[in-house]
Design a protein around this ligand. Structure first.
Ligand code: GRF
Length: 211
């Protein structure tokens, strides 16, 4: 059976950012775009949280924002269907999850296959889920880091694009380790988006090749 191959497009990309919190990764991506390092524009910053600080930053930066209240929809699928329509309307090429704290339905993930990426503050497949910096400390690993990966219906398990490694120090707290990891997140997330729209990412099965 021949394997599915995906090649990222070489073009000026239209990006949607999904966030639920402070949005420092969103800002890192936007800063890189403004600095001319990424051939793309952010056409939407979406949130499931009305008060997300990142949404406010997006407004200050004069980007289009959208908040949809999950409580106004009868099901997770109905909520995601509404978002799908908003994304399609804007001809979005790539969705960057940047601290989006709501699990996307399989419907959503399959609609935008190879067009959703996420950043996770651990070296996947170790420590999927939440509070992973504390989990890494508690487990006693010597190294942790950050992972940018494609999003599939299986949470935190899509094909890995880039990773960065940081040491876990003996006196680390959740905060100090998070801070060290975050610095790396702000490098590898914009770098991934850049590679995506340079047409440099090729996905074969689970493996991502950088051409
Ligand atoms: C980051 O640690 C990211 O890895 C995780 O959520 C956090 C978002 O932080 N997915 P920010 O909102 O981008 O500052």
């Amino acid at each position: 059976m021949s394997e599915d191959v995906f090649q990222s497009p070489k073009k000026k990309g239209r990006i949607a950012i999904f966030l639920s919190g402070r949005g420092s990764n969103f800002m890192a991506i936007h800063d890189a775009i403004v600095a001319g390092k990424i051939n793309a524009e952010i056409v939407l910053v979406f949130s499931n949280k009305k008060e997300a600080p990142g949404l406010k930053v997006a407004q200050e930066r004069k980007l289009e924002t959208l908040y949809l209240n999950p409580k106004e929809y009868p099901s997770k699928e109905a909520y995601d269907e509404a978002i799908i329509q908003e994304i399609k309307k804007r001809n979005v090429d790539l969705i960057c999850l940047a601290g989006y704290m709501k699990i996307l339905t399989a419907l959503f993930c399959n609609t935008f296959k190879n067009r959703i990426i996420n950043i996770h503050p651990a070296l996947l497949p170790s420590f999927p889920g939440l509070h992973v910096q504390q989990k890494a400390i508690d487990w006693g690993v010597r190294y942790s880091g950050a992972t940018v990966h494609f999003v599939t219906a299986e949470v935190d398990m899509g094909p890995i694009i880039l990773q960065a490694v940081v040491p876990v120090l003996q006196n680390d707290t959740e905060d100090t380790l998070s801070e060290r990891i975050l610095k790396q997140e702000h490098k590898i997330y914009p770098e991934t988006v850049k590679l995506y729209f340079e047409g440099s990412l090729e996905v074969k099965g689970r493996r991502v090749f950088i051409r």
